[in-house]
Design a protein around this ligand. Structure first.
Ligand code: UT7
Length: 328
């Protein structure tokens, strides 16, 4: 009998500090940076975002999302075989030790539960989910915790209005478990390293010094154009692999970077925006956390129901992109 993987439970967490666009406008004005609620809303669809407290690490956000996902799946950390955590803002420099290992300890999982990080920036959750699915289908593991968690506020340059108004912090998680019937139907992952400079943290550390900028930089228009193009391609690819058509998708759960990118993708797929889970207005762009955060919001609001077909897709730095088609 074939082994498949299915989502057994979801969870998410947002730090307590919520900043509206107006809060940010006032904060940035103090350092002479000019922006407006009107610009942020019309260009990106973002109205608010959450920022982690000074003593709150990516692993702290991840643990809270993970605990909610474990409860929703009806299991405990003792049942886990593997933790995969997608992040570009790990607790430690160089991601060493991995934030997944920190989470394994904070959750009290046993040492037979392996743990590692995945780095594919905003596509990180699709990469992590595809990896977890492959481990389960190979028969290696039965219960895998897949997390996307970020504290992007730590790598934002608050002197760069083209980026600092767009990102937020948060975490989302799913428990993926082995099953006899297909949950995850197909996955597709891509990368184009030749485009690595359009969205990156240019700095390098060496001999105890950071050489170059430690902040994220983005050529917004170049990223926008490439994102719209590759998201449509990968959506069609993953649906074809799953023998699905866009009409059979109940919910598109896209990476939440910009409402205009989501509208563009939905339009190209012939899907109504009524079938798209949108959280960007409240969360901003939370990179690897945005898809599992949106998924959990969709599940807890009752929009996403058991048996629904979902299309998850993400794109970002690397350049890396991916999609997952699944039956929830
Ligand atoms: O998560 C990974 C994937 N990331 C994305 O998908 C992001 C993709 N890119 C985008 O979402 C959009 O390109 C942005 C939201 C980043 C920017 O929107 P845009 O329509 O491409 O604006 P732009 O960069 O072309 O800037 C237009 C104008 C510029 O002024 P001029 O040169 O036309 O006079 C900017 O200086 O808007 C100005 N501007 C701002 N004005 C007020 C840039 N940032 C701001 C700001 N407030 N915060």
């Amino acid at each position: 009998m074939s082994i498949f993987s299915r989502i057994a439970g979801t969870g998410s967490y947002l730090p307590a500090l919520r900043l509206t666009n107006q809060d940010l406008v006032e904060r940035l004005a103090k350092s002479g940076l000019e922006t407006s609620d009107e610009w942020i809303t019309t260009r990106s669809g973002i109205s608010a975002r959450h920022f982690a407290a000074e003593n709150e690490l990516t692993s702290d956000l991840a643990v809270k999302a993970a605990q909610a996902a474990l409860t929703s799946a009806g299991i405990t950390s003792a049942d886990l075989d593997l933790i995969i955590l997608a992040t570009s803002t790990p607790d430690h420099l160089g991601g060493f030790p991995s934030t997944a290992c920190v989470v394994q300890d904070k959750l009290g999982a046993h040492t037979a539960c392996a743990a590692f990080d995945v780095q594919a920036v905003c596509a990180g959750f699709t990469y992590a989910l595809a990896t977890a699915d492959a481990f389960i289908r190979s028969g290696s593991y039965k219960k895998v915790l897949v997390i996307g968690a970020e504290t992007f506020s730590r790598i934002l340059d608050f002197q760069d209005r083209g980026t600092c108004v767009l990102f937020g912090d948060g975490a989302g998680a799913v428990v993926l478990e082995a099953t006899n019937e297909p949950g995850i139907l197909s996955t597709a992952l891509h990368a184009d390293g030749s485009q690595r400079d359009i969205l990156c943290v240019p700095g390098r550390s060496g001999n105890g010094v950071v050489h170059g900028s430690p902040f994220m930089t983005m050529d917004g228009q170049a990223v926008f154009k490439l994102a719209v193009k590759v998201l449509e391609q990968v959506a069609h690819e993953v649906l074809a692999k799953a023998n699905l058509t866009p009409e059979r998708i109940d919910w598109l759960v896209p990476h939440q970077a910009n409402i205009r990118i989501m509208e563009g993708t939905a339009k190209k797929m012939g899907m109504s925006m009524d079938k798209v889970i949108v959280t960007v207005h409240e969360h901003g762009n939370t990179s690897a956390a945005s898809i599992p955060l949106a998924l959990d919001v969709g599940v807890r609001s009752g929009q996403i129901q058991r048996g629904h077909h979902l299309l998850l897709e993400g794109v970002g730095g690397g350049f890396a992109w991916g999609a997952v088609a699944l039956r929830y």
